[in-house]
Write a protein that binds this ligand. Structure first.
Ligand code: CA
Length: 221
């Protein structure tokens, strides 16, 4: 899952980026409205955290532009101004959730997880396929109830596929959603991660759809 943070306060922006990376997300950080708008229009994000008071272009305008362009990713609005009119304007512009500063990072992460889950059509915070379970709250993966150690990249890949269970996901889509902008992207590494995940969780857990990509399917028993 890949997140864009658009936040001009350097300390808060960096702190959010590192916290979200620690929680298993690929994260890009943008520090003004113009760059933030461009990133959101050209890259594929699973959610965006958007501050309203931004240099260059304000957050509400950025959000309005994305929605007019048909960008549907969930947007989480942050603002220092805790007023009803700001909340209403943000929600009217197409925000999916709202948090006033100062806030607790734990609350932001919990609500962000819920947003991403709902956007991909998952009601529960625990995702499962066959005997494999992935708890999006703790970042833990189990097989038959036994914990399985995953590297950060393996977890990101598995989490993306589990959020999109039953759909065919191309390598390109995986690359776009598990790496941040600065990462040296190599599509061959996707195959390597898939092989490692199969070794840990069983050969059948991820199906290769020739020429199209990968898919996680509920096993037929
Ligand atoms: Ca600001």
């Amino acid at each position: 899952m890949r997140i864009l943070i658009v936040e001009d306060e350097p300390t808060l922006g960096k702190q959010l980026k590192s916290t979200l990376e620690g929680a298993g997300y690929a994260v890009d950080l943008s520090v003004d409205g113009e760059d933030g708008h461009y990133m959101g229009s050209t890259e594929n994000y699973d959610a965006i955290i958007l501050d309203l008071g931004l240099p260059e272009i304000d957050g509400l305008t950025v959000l309005n532009r994305w929605r007019k362009e048909g960008r549907k990713f969930p947007v989480f609005v942050l603002t220092a101004r805790d007023s009803w009119s700001d909340k209403v304007a943000g929600l009217d512009a197409g925000a999916d959730d709202y948090l006033a500063k100062p806030f607790r990072t734990e609350e932001l992460i919990a609500r962000l997880r819920a947003l991403i889950r709902r956007a991909s059509g998952n009601a529960s915070s625990e995702l499962s396929v066959g005997d494999v379970r992935l708890d999006t709250r703790s970042g833990r993966v189990t097989l038959d109830g036994q914990p399985v150690k995953m590297t950060a990249q393996e977890y990101k890949l598995l989490s993306y596929l589990m959020h999109h269970k039953g759909k065919v996901v191309s390598r390109t889509e995986l690359i776009e959603h598990i790496y941040d902008q600065d990462f040296d992207r190599d599509s061959n590494t996707i195959e390597v991660f898939v092989t490692r995940i199969r070794k840990k969780l069983g050969q059948d857990v991820i199906s290769t759809i020739r020429g199209l990509g990968y898919s996680l399917e509920e096993p037929v028993s």
